[in-house]
Ligand binder design. Structure first.
Ligand code: C2E
Ligand code: MG
Ligand code: MG
Ligand code: MG
Length: 283
């Protein structure tokens, strides 16, 4: 049968297309029920301050415990969530969950950790976002300064006229703003002047070969200097080796995140980590 299909390229292609479309449709249907069935969870990846070697925050990363497919990462379903609009309610759940959890850890262990939450372009283009953020800060009682929103350059630049007032309103609330995957999108340096941003997040693709490739090293170094000159923080993502840690530190990057320190972990495992580091607290 396979041989037969192989001879007929058109049919082979069309079978693959059908599989692909069917798969997406399946994901869409399952995604519609995932929230009410409580199938989403957040993993948290520690962010390390180089100077103290301590955890200063966590990036919240969405996971889906699918009933038959098992644990899924966001790359397998985020695009479907975006194209169907489901990302709006899923994103609201993420915000709430991340703020609630981080406030609990702050209370229990007495640290001032920050939580970074990823936003898709679609969430970002809505006035609704302000209400969602305001509500989730109130409900969780997390200080606004402990919340940082991660947005890609591309998302930020889809509608600049809308973006600036929205960013300003978020800044007024005290929420931090980071540009995720910095340097990989439609980069325009002028928006760094006009947008109230706090943090540039150096993309993993520059970190990957920072040790062996002088061009990647030059780009990373330039991002750190640019941020310094503009009074912004930098954090590098995807740090996997001690050599990368050393290079980034020498460049002046003060915050690092990656498998070298920790993979993204379920809340229960982060808690174990915090208990070991800070001991049991009674409040
Ligand atoms: P991102 O925001 O750039 O997140 C970093 C990704 O790199 C995460 O993948 C993380 O697990 C992975 N990572 C971190 N350190 C290392 C490392 O040292 N080595 C390697 N190989 N990978 C590392 P993940 O969790 O699969 O998330 C992928 C993307 O999905 C994220 O990229 C983000 O754009 C998006 N995403 C995740 N959670 C959410 C969410 O709640 N809402 C939205 N809209 N997007 C999300
Ligand atoms: Mg991110
Ligand atoms: Mg990133
Ligand atoms: Mg990335």
């Amino acid at each position: 049968h396979a041989k037969e299909l192989g001879r007929n390229n058109y049919q082979f292609f069309s079978t693959e297309m059908n599989d692909y479309l069917y798969e997406r449709l399946q994901i869409e249907q399952d995604l519609r029920q995932a929230l009410e069935r409580n199938e989403f969870l957040l993993f948290y990846q520690p962010q390390i301050e180089v100077e103290t070697n301590k955890i200063i925050g966590f990036e919240a990363l969405l996971r889906w415990l699918h009933p038959t497919k098992g644990l899924l990462g966001p790359l397998t379903f985020i695009d479907v969530a975006e194209s169907t609009g489901l990302i709006i309610t899923i994103g609201e759940w993420v915000l709430n969950q991340a703020c609630l959890q981080t406030h609990k850890w702050q209370q229990r262990f007495g640290g001032q950790w920050r939580v970074s939450v990823n936003l898709s372009a679609m969430q970002f283009n809505q006035q609704l976002l302000l209400e969602q953020v305001g509500h989730c800060l109130n409900a969780s009682r997390l200080p606004a300064s402990s919340l940082e929103l991660e947005i890609t350059e591309t998302a930020m630049l889809t509608d600049v006229m809308e973006t600036i007032p929205l960013l300003n309103a978020l800044k007024e609330m005290g929420v931090g703003l980071a540009i995720d995957d910095f340097g990989t999108g439609y980069s325009s340096l002028s928006y760094l002047k006009n947008f109230p941003i706090n943090t540039l997040k150096i993309d993993k693709t520059f970190v990957d070969e920072i040790v062996g490739n002088p061009k990647d090293a030059a780009i990373a170094r330039t991002i750190v200097q640019l941020a310094d000159n503009l009074g912004l923080r930098t954090i590098a993502e995807g740090v996997e080796s001690v050599e990368q840690v050393n290079m980034l530190t020498t460049m002046g990057c003060k915050e690092l995140q990656g498998y070298y320190y920790s993979k993204p972990l379920p809340a229960s495992e982060i808690e174990r980590l915090l208990v070991n580091a800070y001991g049991m607290q009674n409040h």
